[in-house]
Ligand binder design. Structure first.
Ligand code: HEC
Ligand code: HEC
Length: 231
């Protein structure tokens, strides 16, 4: 990718501005989170796809484009498991005569922050928005879909259920659970990631890139319905 000097300078001054506003928070996150989470974009090409197996935690360098701030504040104080079989499922699943089993004991528990730390970390993470333009260009308007149609799309037509749960304990375990996706993720992110996962993560384990906007809208609306149902 070729960047003009002007955009390079604009990005650099943005980074400097963020450091100035969130100096203490940036340092806290660097010290307490960087051992597992990517806080800057990795050089995916240099790393190679083998590096996906070594990934310890989901990347956070585009956290502001991905998460709802309020969810971050809550979750960081009371983290609940999102990936039923961990960040790299093959490392936590073993085959048994009864089928695949998750080795629960091998899954790490998450560090817990107090309220003031969680608020400040959430503010800092929300400022990390390298893909703001991509998010701003999403035209998806959240809407409703009937339960039956939504489920048909999620289960039958697209087999999202093969890797994702749309209800606690129901569905595949190789991807993050999606029954809380709407509470967790920005709607534009859900749309964009479902449409083109590789543009977010060149090493993603999710296949994709073949759905049209209408199909993606229906899936996003279903995730909205699923979350609202759980409330
Ligand atoms: C020992 C490794 C480790 C450290 C240190 C760590 N995390 Fe995590 N983090 C994880 C793992 C593993 C997950 C995935 C949990 C899951 O899917 O259930 C995770 C998930 C998250 C998520 C949800 C991400 C998503 O997309 O599902 C956030 C937000 C997060 N961590 C923030 C932090 C912050 C902030 C810190 C520092 C205060 C931190 N983590 C420190 C391992 C770590
Ligand atoms: C073959 C398994 C697989 C299938 C099928 C699949 N996904 Fe995924 N999906 C994943 C994995 C794995 C991730 C997390 C990326 C990673 O860790 O590499 C993911 C991530 C996501 C995310 C981002 C969630 C987050 O918290 O980071 C959304 C949204 C999503 N998938 C929606 C869908 C939808 C909708 C479908 C059906 C069209 C679908 N997925 C089909 C495996 C799959």
């Amino acid at each position: 990718m070729v960047r003009t000097l002007e955009t390079i300078l604009a990005i650099a001054s943005l980074v400097v501005a963020t450091e100035m506003v969130f100096g203490a928070e940036a340092e806290f996150v660097q010290e307490n989170c960087a051992s597992c989470h990517a806080l800057t974009e990795p050089d995916f090409e240099a790393l190679g796809i083998e590096a996906r197996a070594e990934r310890k935690a989901p990347p956070l360098y585009y956290a502001g484009d991905k998460y709802r701030r309020d969810w971050l504040v809550e979750w960081l104080q009371a983290p609940e498991r999102i990936r039923p079989a961990g960040v790299y499922p093959p490392a936590h699943i073993s085959s048994s005569p009864d089928g695949d089993e998750i080795d629960e004991a091998s899954l790490p528990t998450h560090v817990v922050l107090d309220q003031s730390q969680a608020e400040r970390v959430a503010d800092y993470l929300s400022s990390l928005r390298p893909y703001q333009e991509r998010i701003d260009s999403v035209t998806y308007e959240p809407g409703s879909i009937s339960w039956r149609m939504g489920q048909m799309n999620f289960v039958k037509f697209n087999n999202c259920i093969g890797c994702h749960q749309d209800e606690p304990g129901y569905g595949g375990v190789s991807g993050p659970e999606l029954h809380t996706a709407w509470d967790r993720l920005r709607p534009e992110f859900i749309f964009s990631y479902t449409k083109d996962p590789v543009s977010w993560d060149p090493h993603t384990m999710m296949p994709g890139g073949d759905l049209n906007d209408g199909a993606v809208e229906k899936l996003a609306n279903y995730l909205k319905a699923v979350s609202e149902e759980a409330e």
